[in-house]
Design a protein around this ligand. Structure first.
Ligand code: GAP
Length: 444
């Protein structure tokens, strides 16, 4: 058994099987923007549904919200993103390439004669670092002037902060409570890459938990553990996961304490979720910039305070990448290479492949009836093309946990062979028991 060794292998599998395509490919592609194909959208939906169920539907203290991508431009002044959401950049005056100042390929001191451009190799052509804001600017309405300028949001969190008391009152919540949101965010990243790891348009699953000041550290510890457990419950191997605590110079402008959950990708350990103690920074700033009171009043004690926020922030694309990388296995089965995605059955795009062993003796008709029945409850796939071995292999690569084969014995006793993707064990299950069999195993 072997893990994924190179991202190129995954990128090509993702394209061939319809998980992820390069955006605008026929025009040569668009830098670091990707599209999700038929299997990719199913996997993405299953991951976001699983997160939503655990955050919102299975709890009484967290409600959902979907705020707009476009917000009042003052939001981004208040949040600190206009002044503080910057990367220091270096330009090469010769070849016009642009680099992050902390790019490990840069040699020497940018702005000085000794600095060497990693692309054209010239010396003394790199500028001193300059601040570059990562927000995408756009204009609202017909006039493109400063008054009409706003931004595509770089995080969903601000939409939650400005709505906190709308949600609290509508849902009759009391502190501590949370608001969860899934939505797109945009960042004009300078060094995007590693497939869907860092992209300019991406989706986040963020939850803001509002607590009494003083209770924040305890809640931070709670969410840190809960989030790590969630990834392990999804089947991500524990030895590939670790925490990384931010030291003071890594902390975002809003955070008092932050820990990343990192995964060991083929390109090294990298963050895919952050847990942040944002204190009362955001709500205090919105109070200051909007002139509206952002205080919470405790109904019993009549105490007033601006709540502290503990945030969990997970990228959908990054989680999907973690799920794919972790699931990818190459195995030797009877002298042949088998590529299999051992995705958790609850998130696998297709739950079962349905195969007539041969295209005769009424087997296709029975298989199609089973397919039509199961399709009412699950995403399943009918396939009668090629040898049964090849059909199994195609579903292994798609991460399908079960293969159901209609064979000679089905005609006698109305059972099918059920093949388990991971163990390759086969058992016989009565056709009228298949819905229950799958429900028990694939519902997350
Ligand atoms: N609201 C806090 C926040 O946005 P972050 O650490 O900047 O915090 C949270 O982002 C998560 O969003 C990251 O852990 C990552 O999964 C995802 N993310 C951030 N930038 C991304 C990008 N350029 N491409 C893909 N995912 C990204």
């Amino acid at each position: 058994m072997a893990d994924l060794r190179s991202m190129d292998t995954l990128v090509s599998l993702a394209k061939r099987r319809g998980f992820v395509f390069q955006s605008s490919e026929i025009y040569g592609g668009l830098g670091s923007v990707w599209d999700y194909g038929p299997l990719g959208v199913e996997l993405k939906r299953n991951l976001t549904d699983r997160w939503w169920r655990s955050m919102v539907q299975h709890r009484d203290d967290i409600e959902g919200l979907e705020s707009a991508i476009l917000m009042h431009p003052r939001v981004w002044e208040a949040s600190g993103h206009v002044s503080g959401f910057n990367d220091p950049l270096v330009d090469c005056k010769q070849c016009k390439n642009r680099f992050r100042a902390d790019d490990s390929r840069l040699k020497g001191t940018p702005g000085e004669p000794d600095a060497q451009c990693p692309v054209c190799g010239n010396k003394g052509t790199l500028t001193a670092p300059r601040q570059f804001n990562l927000m995408f600017r756009t204009f609202m309405g017909p006039v493109e002037d400063a008054a009409a300028q706003t931004y595509l949001r770089p995080e969903t969190a601000q939409g939650t902060y400005v709505n906190v008391y709308n949600v609290m009152q509508a849902a009759r919540l009391k502190i501590p409570f949370g608001i969860a949101q899934i939505g797109k965010a945009f960042r004009n990243e300078i060094t995007p890459g590693n497939f869907i790891f860092r992209t300019r348009e991406f989706e986040q699953m963020e939850m803001q938990f509002f607590v009494k000041p003083g209770d924040d550290e305890e809640w931070f510890a709670h969410w840190r553990e809960a989030r790590m457990q969630w990834h392990q419950d999804l089947g991500i191997r524990a030895e590939k996961l670790r925490f990384h605590e931010h030291c003071p110079d890594e902390l975002a402008h809003y955070a008092k304490q932050a820990e990343d959950i990192q995964y060991e990708f083929p390109f090294g350990w990298q963050e895919f979720e952050g847990i942040h103690n944002r204190t009362d920074f955001d709500l205090s700033r919105h109070q200051e910039y909007s002139g509206k009171r952002m205080e919470y009043i405790d109904a019993e004690s009549k105490e007033r305070f601006i709540p502290y926020v503990v945030e969990t922030a997970l990228g959908v694309g990054r989680l999907l990448l973690v799920a794919l990388v972790d699931a990818y296995q190459e195995e030797d089965v009877e002298g042949e290479k088998r590529v299999v995605l051992k995705l958790h059955p609850s998130v696998a795009p297709i739950k079962a492949g349905i195969f007539p062993l041969v295209k005769k003796d009424g087997m296709p008709e029975i298989a199609q009836r089973i397919h039509a029945d199961l399709q009412k409850r699950f995403r399943v796939f009918y396939d009668d093309g090629g040898s049964i071995g090849r059909r199994y292999r195609r579903q292994d690569e798609a991460g399908t946990p079960f293969g159901l084969t209609v064979d000679g014995q089905t005609l006698e006793d109305q059972t099918v062979t059920v093949r388990d993707r991971d163990t390759l064990r086969q058992e016989r299950v009565a056709t009228d028991q298949l819905i229950g069999y799958l429900a028990e195993r694939v519902v997350g």
